[in-house]
Ligand binder design. Sequence first.
Ligand SMILES: Nc1ncnc2c1ncn2[C@@H]1O[C@H](COP(=O)(O)OP(=O)(O)OP(=O)(O)O)[C@@H](O)[C@H]1O
Ligand SMILES: [Mg+2]
Length: 234
Amino acid sequence: MSKLLEVTGVNKSYQSGGSPFQALSDVHLSIERGEIVVILGPSGSGKSTLLNAIGGVDQVDDGEIHVAGEDITRFHDNNLVDYRREKVGFVFQMYNLIPNLTVYENIELTSHISKSPLDIDELIHAVGLKGMADRFPRELSGGQQQRVSIARAIVRKPELLLCDEPTGALDSSTSKEILSLIHQMNQKYNTTVLIITHDQGITEMADRIITLKDGRVESDVKNEQPVLPERMEG
Ligand SMILES: Nc1ncnc2c1ncn2[C@@H]1O[C@H](COP(=O)(O)OP(=O)(O)OP(=O)(O)O)[C@@H](O)[C@H]1O
Ligand SMILES: [Mg+2]
């Protein structure tokens, strides 16, 4: 395996009201290509801040974030736009689909940005939504909407799939199906996956578990025997 992501000495503070608040403190981590990494930590520990920094959505104060060998903290705006388009797919807790576009159109929306996007009909099939291409988001369950958002994130074949509480709004059996789908996408396209969660159960499927506390990496542990999501307990 080769290294895809390396975060070194990252600090980030927010200026809220009078005094600055340190959301990330000297964060170091590195992730291999093809790994599934789960980031755990209490509310406010900096998980989303870290994910957004890695996704090139937010700036950090200092430190470096190398993705595929390039330090994205040095990128100018147009490099960052290209980076987000070409290298990263995002999945959020609230699916963020466009309500007046169909399943097909939601996925198609960003596909043209890629030089070699996945075939949309095939992808709709792969995420378990065969026959639903022409439905609108309101005609789908939460789990089905999350499948669309995963398809949308993956259609450009990003190297990094960043998921911020992807199962936060789903019941436990639907959560497992969604995690299973993320796992399948990881296997099929060798997509490196970072999943933020509050759910300790999700750590079973991870190759590695990173815990944040007060903006610092508290632990970074390899899981020697990841379990397939469909076999996970809970
Ligand atoms: N735009 C902002 N302005 C000021 N403070 C912020 C901002 N965004 C986040 N914070 C603060 O930074 C800290 C980390 O926030 P972050 O969203 O990264 O936490 P989190 O670990 O994702 O929490 P949760 O599990 O609740 O989503 C929190 O204390 C939060 O209040
Ligand atoms: Mg968060």
